[in-house]
Design a binder for this molecule. Structure first.
Ligand SMILES: [Ca+2]
Ligand SMILES: [Ca+2]
Length: 426
């Protein structure tokens, strides 16, 4: 904490002394309610993601170099270390806990999944691990390879990385892949339904359709391209460039995709919870809302445009965020995302409607001024078991976004309370 942030300021978060009517007075001033942050973990090395199993008070942070740290009660321990290649945009890129992680007697009990770049082949690997009951830490010997996605040789960017489960569905793991790297998707993979790159995949992790011991998943019969000639059944959506950070709205089940752009536009894509998938988000033909400069492909009909795109005036590499579901937070019910390069953070409406940056609320200054300290390169956001909203700073820390009772309203309420007590005691 810097000298300009006196310890006394912490006291403001201990709001328990407020009486009911003082809280009502505070609520009336809610429009002025500001944001604050608190430091959850620091001293991390290139953290890229933060998440928690359902109904679990711990926070797990993935570091690009291959380590998962578990944070509990201010103590940070190593949960798992795996060998990865972390040059460029490679590394340990994704982490997802089985929705049944805490449910004894289920296939998912103690199980979690990671997405990383294998140091030998440089391919994307999705693997599952289980947690040791004895240590509470990951058991390296439990490793099971779920699948592997070939990556083009010699390209170190656009590996995407996010993996996750849709709320209420413990069978299907969603896997985001990038186009494999290079400018303008040189092999035109994102539009190729026969290629797993540049896609959102959906696989059944509680089935095994393959005799091959290295392939341990099922292709869901309900996936949109199952049975289509030349198409991979694993594909749920296509036309993505580098959907590095995505999320399901934990309340609605809508899927939000942050697709990193090339030289012009960063974009946010959206799939409604009730949709069967099959969206083509346009890359490499489209970069956000414009035709990709330098690409003359015949446009594919029926492309799905982004719900938001932004220009270099705001940033240069979108970091997809979350619909905040944190009762009491001024951000509750809004979609919050950021930009890795500019470090700027914005909130937009979370209804999936098409929006512009003119309608976005910028949060950068308020969050930078928080007790958790200024935020640099936003590598990810995160959501805790109860909906706690986190920001992951690539420089080595995780902060939680918390509401800050508006100073003026609090002082007013405090003074009123004091006045009322004095009157009452007189
Ligand atoms: Ca198998
Ligand atoms: Ca697009």
């Amino acid at each position: 904490m810097s000298a300009s942030r006196p310890i006394a300021r912490r006291g403001r978060h201990r709001g328990v002394w407020l009486s009911g009517w003082a809280l009502t007075a505070l609520g009336a001033a809610g429009a002025a309610q500001a944001l604050d942050t608190r430091l959850v973990a620091s001293g991390l090395t290139q953290p890229l993601f933060a998440t928690a199993p359902l109904a679990d008070g711990r926070l797990f942070v993935a570091e690009q170099g291959g380590t998962i740290k578990v944070v509990q009660g201010g103590v940070t321990r190593t949960f798992l270390s795996v060998a990865v290649t972390n040059a460029g945009e490679q590394g340990l890129l994704g982490l997802a806990f089985d929705p049944n992680y805490g449910v004894a007697g289920t296939a998912g009990f103690g199980r979690f999944f990671i997405n990383y770049i294998d140091p030998a082949s440089r391919d994307t690997v999705i693997a599952s691990y289980r947690t040791s009951a004895a240590t509470g830490l990951a058991d390296p010997a439990s490793r099971l390879e779920v699948l592997r996605v070939d990556q083009p040789a010699g390209r170190t960017n656009h590996k995407a990385g996010w993996i996750g489960f849709k709320p209420g569905d413990a069978n299907h793991l969603f896997i985001a892949t990038g186009d494999g790297g290079g400018s303008n998707d040189p092999d035109n993979r994102a539009q190729n339904k026969g290629d797993l790159l540049g896609k959102m995949l959906r696989v059944d992790i509680n089935r095994d359709d393959f005799a091959d011991p290295a392939l341990n998943y099922g292709v869901p019969a309900g996936n949109p391209f199952v049975g289509q000639a030349g198409a991979r059944g694993e594909i749920y959506a296509l036309g993505l460039r580098n959907p590095y950070r995505n999320s399901f709205d934990r309340l609605s089940g809508n899927l939000w995709i942050g697709d990193v752009g090339q030289g012009q536009r960063e974009e946010i894509d959206f799939i409604a919870a009730a949709s069967p998938g099959g969206h083509n988000f346009g890359w490499r033909q489209r970069e956000g809302n414009i035709a990709t400069p330098g690409i003359s492909d015949v446009p594919t009909p029926g492309l799905t445009g982004p719900v938001l795109d932004y220009t270099r005036g705001f940033g240069a590499s979108v970091t997809g965020g979350y619909v905040v579901r944190d009762a009491g937070s001024p951000l509750d019910g809004r979609y919050v995302f950021g930009d890795f390069v500019s470090g700027r953070i914005f909130a937009i409406a979370a209804d999936g409607s098409v929006q512009t940056m003119a309608g976005a609320t910028e949060l950068t200054a308020a969050l930078d001024a928080g007790l958790g300290g200024a935020i640099g390169n936003v590598s990810s956001f995160g959501q805790g078991a109860l909906g706690e909203f986190y920001i992951v700073d690539y420089g080595g820390k995780v902060v939680q976004v918390v509401p800050e009772p508006a100073t003026a309203a609090l002082m007013l309420a405090g003074a009123a309370l004091l006045w009322a007590r004095r009157r009452f005691l007189r």
